[in-house]
Design a protein around this ligand. Structure first.
Ligand SMILES: Cc1cc2nc3c(=O)[nH]c(=O)nc-3n(C[C@H](O)[C@H](O)[C@H](O)COP(=O)(O)OP(=O)(O)OC[C@H]3O[C@@H](n4cnc5c(N)ncnc54)[C@H](O)[C@@H]3O)c2cc1C
Length: 449
């Protein structure tokens, strides 16, 4: 069947880039459906503060795989002072919005950007019908799901309704996390990863002078970037989690841990694909927390600010298990067991911010679209329950295990299949490959293959 019209659900980085790539391939017409006021920026590049920097250098943040310096050149023209380093995420959002806008203006008849929430996808002959929350129904020959991560779960042991109003922030991007706080207050951040870093910077930027305590099981937090020499790895890394750990340790002694982690990048997807399900489980259970903080590093200037907050006693990162959270107006009393200790510690906090990180478990989602598609058997969780099950070609696998050539998914929700599919360099490759597939492209000028 000829694919003439593609509906893309979700207009964040993944969906917007997919639309741009379809146009660049002179592929099918696209309708990009986004429920936010503006498409292209998504979660990462819209809800940021100017202090929130990209955690990848500008030189590796091009949206276009065949033009690796595209973003760096764009920055050079608009913000030359930022061209070599880690630009603010908001500025990357401007870049994406401009790219989408340019694509739209160049071919308005081939790209429609629709504001609304897709609430259902229904098979219709050889194609699909997409239902929107305002009652519109759109027909398409293919559908691409680009919904982004699912919001974080509320950690066990917290009864949000029992807490005073304004005490619990279910996710960091809703509202002003510093509102109503005074210098005597303590804020508890649950989680110590990249989201916690964002929150600490945000509280600092909003002038919060009190104490921030971040808690996670292991108390690990993202490491800082530093210059790394080019890879000298001349072998395929081993495939089991234990061997991989030994390999990274031994390479770290030779080339430093940053290089040892970075040089795995070309192999990660292959290693993940080749690993057995048991091995992937093992990796998630035992190594993921370490992998995340070494692999997803922060800009040196961000690390310096976080370090200064820690040195001043304004930020403390503790390893421990949260046990109980009880209302204690206007905040809460929090009891936790520090890692490796029997004694229980208590905190009196004014606010608790959930920074446990994005989720991907479809069986726990509240999203109407995903729930309906799941109930209809059109999508299913991947075996690790960290996203939507897809093939290596990003085709969605249904409840019967059948792949749909015209129902695809993109971005972080495909991490069960690809693992490394969170950052810009990976998603731009994925959207490019999907555009080629849907456009029947065999060769695109300038691709440089
Ligand atoms: C805080 C943060 C910082 C990051 N920083 C970096 C970085 O510095 N460098 C890097 O390489 N990567 C970074 N990433 C990772 C990466 O860029 C993101 O994961 C990427 O932006 C994912 O884009 P997405 O479009 O898949 O998801 P999202 O950005 O979440 O976009 C999904 C969009 O879909 C919309 N949507 C969902 N469901 C529906 C529906 N039913 N109907 C209509 N619309 C819907 C949502 O409103 C949303 O706008 C960061 C991620 C985060 C969260």
């Amino acid at each position: 069947m000829a694919i003439e019209h593609v509906a893309i659900i979700g207009g964040g980085f993944s969906g917007a880039l997919q639309a741009i790539n379809l146009l660049r391939h002179e592929g099918p017409r696209a309708t990009l459906i986004e429920r936010r006021a503006e498409a292209a920026r998504g979660v990462a590049y819209s809800a940021a503060h100017p202090d929130h920097l990209l955690n990848v250098r500008a030189g590796n943040m091009s949206a276009l795989p065949q033009e690796p310096n595209h973003f760096a050149r764009w920055l050079q023209q608009r913000h030359p002072e930022l061209a070599d380093g880690f630009a603010p995420r908001l500025i990357f959002g401007d870049y994406l919005a401009e790219l989408l806008d340019d694509a739209h203006r160049a071919a308005p008849e081939r790209l429609r950007i629709l504001r609304g929430e897709a609430t259902d996808v229904i098979p219709d002959g050889e194609g699909w019908r997409i239902c929107l929350d305002d009652g519109q129904v759109i027909a398409a020959d293919a559908v691409i799901l680009a919904p982004g991560n699912l919001p974080p779960h509320i950690p066990g042991g917290i009864d949000v309704d029992a807490l005073p109003a304004g005490c619990f922030a279910p996710e960091p991007w809703s509202g002003d996390v510093a509102e109503g706080l005074g210098p005597e207050d303590t804020v508890l951040v649950i989680g110590s990863g990249l989201t916690m870093i964002d929150i600490a910077l945000l509280l600092d930027a909003r002038g919060f002078q009190g104490r921030i305590v971040a808690i996670s099981r292991r108390g690990l937090s993202p490491r800082a970037h530093e210059a790394v020499a080019p890879s000298t790895l001349d072998m395929r890394p081993p495939t089991t989690a234990v061997q991989l750990l030994r390999h990274v340790r031994s390479r770290s002694r030779d080339v430093g841990w940053r290089a040892a982690v970075d040089e795995l990048r070309p192999y990660t997807e292959g290693l993940w694909t080749a690993a057995t399900l048991a091995e992937r489980h093992r990796f998630l259970r035992h190594l993921r927390a370490w992998w995340d903080v070494h692999r997803h590093r922060i800009a040196p200037e961000v690390a310096a600010r976080i370090g200064a907050m820690q040195a001043a006693g304004r930020l403390e990162i503790v390893a421990g298990k949260l046990l109980e959270v009880d209302a204690e107006a206007p905040g809460a009393r929090v009891r936790y067991r520090p890692r490796g200790q029997e004694e229980i510690a208590t905190l009196h906090v004014r606010r608790i911010i959930n920074a446990t990180g994005p989720q991907g478990d479809l069986l726990r989602t509240e999203e109407p679209l995903l729930r309906r598609m799941l109930a209809r058997g059109l999508i299913r969780p991947d075996p690790l329950r960290i996203g939507i099950d897809v093939t290596q070609q990003s085709e969605v696998v249904d409840a019967n295990g059948e792949a749909h050539p015209t129902l695809l998914a993109l971005g972080p929700m495909t991490r069960g299949t690809f693992w490394e599919i969170v950052a810009v360099p990976d998603i731009r490759r994925q959207t490019w490959a999907v555009a080629r597939k849907l456009s029947n492209a065999h060769w695109v000028g300038g691709e440089g293959l």
